[in-house]
Design a protein around this ligand. Structure first.
Ligand code: ATP
Ligand code: MG
Length: 468
């Protein structure tokens, strides 16, 4: 990761530099040459035509002396830095002027063809081998009236054009170099804004994978990278929470399994080795039965909760009379209520109220709430189950006059395995899973449950359901 990404950036940077130079040297140079050719060729052609129309006819009609014409030509040669030839209609040289004194001109142009350039304004080459280097040549007629008297040929060295081209290219190369150096800042930007944070994130991912969830990524930028690292930090915190939750959960489960198993094992041992006399078997077998039931209940609760954890709970919703369910659930507590001299009062506004929910699961909610109410009620008290309707909802309240829930615990009672200090002494059977299950079921229905409680006075749970 380290070398590759870095190397890629640098290679791209170098390749970018080479390609830029290559492009200017090939495409840029060719375009520039064509452009200059057209421009210079066009200018020469214009000049030649001007001469051919304005000045040189005088030479052919003898109104302009040979000397004067020569002076004109010399001036033109100096101005254009080019050779100028004047010929008659057949290419016989009449007059010439050279920018370079060592060059000469032929007396007669062989194979003279004034239309040699065709559609173009100029020719490129060493013009019938009269020049040792490449020239740009333009040919224009010298006309008087409608007659062509002769021709003017201007030859300009192509190396002049190349010189101009090279000096322009040099300027481009220098600009390019400056741009190239400046574009190094992009590489720096990539380094600071992407590469370095990315390395931190990779390092963090490695740490998380190896189990170190305490590792924190220190990137506080307000961009995608910052957002990614914040998400990863959040993820590691969640994983950490889950880890500790799992540890706590397993510790609780093991603890709740171990105590009944220890007592069962103890009593069975005592029965087997004869410590417990036969006439006492009944009492101890009942204790063993009670403990076995505890284990069965616990297993059932864990399975129920697992169902909520592993999949989106599939609710088997139907329309049913909530009053009927409350009644049947309440009846199942009759035995315990009589023993504790507790009465369950049902306060229903109407005879029936139909709700739309998962019947079996709502029955479990009622069972768990009534179980708590009976368990934590004082003897000789009443439990009230009341239903009210409001805005398409049915509210079910289970209210007891029991030990109540201390203020500091009120938010924790929904946690798995949580039991208040008050209930710990009183109720050894509970595992603290009942309300966790209740909460999951009500949440799965998209409904809500609330608790109002005063320590030493009583507790009321109210949950809502959708009315049919
Ligand atoms: P389980 O329901 O698994 O047998 P539990 O009754 O102890 O065990 P929950 O029903 O989840 O567990 O309740 C959690 C805790 O909330 C109880 O241990 C108790 O401390 C407190 N609590 C719940 N209902 C009441 C109530 N009606 N009155 C007083 N305290 C309550
Ligand atoms: Mg309970």
């Amino acid at each position: 990761m380290r070398s590759t990404l870095y190397l890629k950036f640098i290679l791209i940077y170098i390749a970018f530099g080479f390609l830029s130079i290559f492009t200017v040297a090939t495409l840029g140079s060719t375009l520039l040459a064509t452009n200059l050719e057209t421009k210079i060729g066009g200018e020469l052609y214009k000049e030649a035509n001007l001469m051919g129309k304005e000045y040189l006819p005088g030479f052919f009609t003898n109104t302009l002396s040979l000397n004067d014409t020569q002076v004109q030509l010399n001036g033109l040669t100096a101005y254009l830095h080019a050779d100028v030839w004047i010929t008659d209609r057949n290419g016989k040289l009449l007059l010439s002027s050279h920018s370079n004194p060592s060059t000469s001109s032929p007396a007669q142009i062989t194979d003279f063809n004034p239309a040699e350039a065709g559609n173009e304004q100029y020719l490129i080459g060493n013009y019938h081998n009269y020049f040792s280097e490449e020239m740009i040549t333009v040919i224009a007629p010298v006309t008087q009236g409608f007659y062509t008297k002769g021709y003017i040929l201007i030859h300009k060295s192509y190396s002049d054009l190349t010189e101009t081209k090279d000096s322009i290219l040099n300027v481009i190369y220098i600009t390019l170099l400056v741009i190239y150096i400046l574009s190094f800042s992009i590489l720096l930007g990539l380094h600071f804004f992407i590469y370095r944070p990315l390395r931190k994130i990779t390092e963090a991912a490695k740490q998380y994978a190896s189990g170190n969830l305490d590792h924190e990524i220190h990137i506080n930028t307000d961009d995608e990278v910052g957002y990614l690292s914040a998400s990863l930090n959040y993820m590691s915190n969640q994983l950490k929470d889950m880890n500790s939750y799992q540890k706590k959960f397993i510790a609780n489960v093991s603890h709740d399994f171990r105590s009944p198993l220890t007592s069962i094992k103890g009593y069975v041992n005592a029965i087997a080795d004869g410590t417990i006399p036969v006439e006492m078997y009944d009492k101890y077998l009942n204790i063993i039965l009670f403990e076995t039931e505890r284990l069965t209940d616990l297993t059932q609760d864990l399975l129920t909760l697992n169902e909520f954890d592993t999949k989106e709970l599939l609710l088997d919703k139907s329309s049913f009379d909530i009053h009927e369910i409350i009644r049947t659930t309440a009846i199942s507590f009759e035995g315990r209520c009589t023993a504790k001299k507790i009465s369950i009062e049902l306060l229903f506004a109407s005879k029936t109220i139909f709700v739309y929910a998962d019947k079996r699961k709502i029955q479990q909610v009622l069972y768990n709430l009534l179980d708590n109410a009976v368990k934590f009620s004082n003897a000789d008290s009443s439990i009230y189950v009341e239903t009210t309707e409001h805005g398409g909802k049915v509210f079910v309240s289970v209210k007891d006059a029991g030990i109540g829930i201390p203020k500091k615990s009120i938010n924790q009672i929904w946690e798995r395995f949580y039991k208040t200090d008050l209930s710990r002494g009183k109720d050894k059977k509970g595992t603290g899973l009942g309300l966790a299950i209740v909460k999951e079921i009500i949440n799965a229905h998209g409904e809500s449950i609330n608790v109002i409680s005063t320590e030493g006075v009583g507790t009321e749970f109210i949950f809502s359901l959708s009315k049919k």
